[in-house]
Design a protein. Structure first.
Length: 324
C-alpha cells in the first residue's frame, strides 16, 4: 500500500507563539499557534489526507472507519489485530512560548464516566524538539497523601508541591494518566497521546485572556485523578547504532510504542504488525516503500499502513515513529 500524508490542524493558544512557523516551517501567519494536531481523528481537530489521490480530502476518522485494511494487518473474522472502534491516538506539536497550565489527565474509566462515554483518558509522552537554555517542565508532585495534595493546592504552595525538571533537545518523557505536569516556557515538543482532549487544570498562574477572564480550573477532578505518590516514571532507552544511523526505542505501552530514527544517509527499518505514524522533526529526504519514492520535508506527517514489513529512509533527517 501507499504512504498516507495528512494536513495538520493549527490551534491558537493563549501561550502559543511563532516557533512552529519559524523552526518547523509550518504554514501560518498567526503569532500565537500553540498546537498543531498532526495526526488526529478526534472531533475537535480531524486531520485530512493530502495524498494518495484516492483518499485525498477524507478525514482520518472516515478512513479509519471505512478502510480497515490500512490499520489492520489481518482483517479476516476475529483475526483482526485492532479492536479499536475509533482511531485511538493523537499526535501534536506544541509551542510553549509561555508556561502551560499545571494539569493532570484522567484514565479511560474516569473520562468515560465524567466526560462522555466516547471520550478516552489521556496517557501521553513528550519528545523535546527544542528548548531554550534553562527551560523546565513540571513532572510529578511531592504530596504524600491525597489530603496533603488538596491542602497544598488550596493554600497555593506550588514551589513545595511541584517537581521541576530542566530539559534539553532530544529528551523524552512518559506522562501516564494521573501524572501532574506542565510544559514550561521556551519548549517545543512532539506529543504522542491517546485520542483525548480532556485536561484538568490545577493551576494557571492567575492568567487572564484578552477579555480579562481567567481560564477554568478543575480542582476537584484534578485531585481525584492525580497519582499518589506523585513520582514520575523513569525510563531506560534501547539504542541501536547502524552505521552512521541510530534507532532509539523510547517506550512500549499498551497504548503506543514510540521510537526515533536518526538517519544520516540511508537506513532500512523493519516493521512489526500494525500501522505506524511518522513525524519528521528535523531535516528532509525520501521514504522508499515497495519500490516507490516519497519526498518528505520537515514537519511532514504520514502513516505507514499495516502489513508492510520494512521501508527505507534516505537523507539527513530525524523521524519520530509511533506504532499501534
Amino acid at each position: 500500500m501507499e504512504l498516507i500524508f495528512l494536513k495538520p490542524v493549527l490551534k491558537d493558544k493563549i501561550w502559543g507563539g511563532r516557533k512552529l512557523r519559524e523552526e518547523l516551517l509550518m504554514k501560518t501567519e498567526s503569532n500565537h499557534v500553540g498546537e498543531a494536531w498532526l495526526i488526529s481523528a478526534h472531533k475537535n481537530g480531524i486531520t485530512e489526507v493530502t495524498s494518495p489521490k484516492w483518499l485525498k480530502g477524507k478525514g482520518l476518522d472516515e478512513i479509519f472507519a471505512t478502510n480497515p485494511e490500512i490499520f489492520n494487518s489481518k482483517i479476516d473474522g476475529n483475526d483482526s489485530l485492532s479492536v479499536d472502534k475509533k482511531f485511538p491516538l493523537l499526535i501534536k506539536l506544541i509551542d510553549a512560548s509561555d508556561n502551560l497550565s499545571v494539569q493532570v489527565h484522567p484514565d479511560d474509566d474516569f473520562a468515560s464516566k465524567h466526560e462522555g462515554r466516547d471520550e478516552l483518558g489521556k496517557t501521553e509522552c513528550w519528545y523535546i524538539v527544542s528548548a531554550d537554555e534553562g527551560a523546565e517542565i513540571v513532572y510529578g508532585h511531592n504530596a504524600k497523601t491525597r489530603l496533603e495534595l488538596a491542602q497544598m493546592v488550596e493554600s497555593g504552595k506550588w514551589d513545595d508541591l511541584l517537581r521541576r525538571v530542566e530539559v534539553k533537545e532530544g529528551d523524552f518523557f512518559y506522562v501516564p494518566h494521573g501524572t501532574v505536569h506542565a510544559i514550561g516556557k521556551g519548549i517545543v515538543i512532539l506529543e504522542v497521546q491517546q485520542s483525548s482532549d480532556t485536561t484538568y487544570r490545577v493551576y494557571d498562574y492567575d492568567r487572564v485572556d484578552d477579555y480579562g477572564n481567567k481560564r477554568e480550573l478543575h480542582i476537584e477532578n484534578s485531585i481525584e485523578v492525580s497519582n499518589i505518590p506523585g513520582d514520575a516514571p523513569k525510563l531506560e532507552y534501547a539504542v541501536k547504532e547502524i552505521g552512521k544511523n541510530t534507532i532509539t526505542d523510547f517506550l512500549k505501552t499498551k497504548f503506543f510504542s514510540v521510537s526515533k530514527y536518526d538517519c544520516k544517509d540511508r537506513l532500512k527499518v523493519s516493521l512489526e504488525d500494525g500501522y505506524y505514524l511518522m513525524n519528521v522533526i528535523k531535516g528532509d529526504g525520501k521514504i522508499i516503500l515497495n519500490g516507490h519514492e516519497y519526498k518528505v520535508n520537515l514537519s511532514d506527517s504520514f502513516i505507514v499502513p499495516a502489513g508492510e514489513k520494512s521501508f527505507e529512509i534516505v537523507g539527513n533527517m530525524c523521524i519520530v515513529s509511533t506504532h499501534k
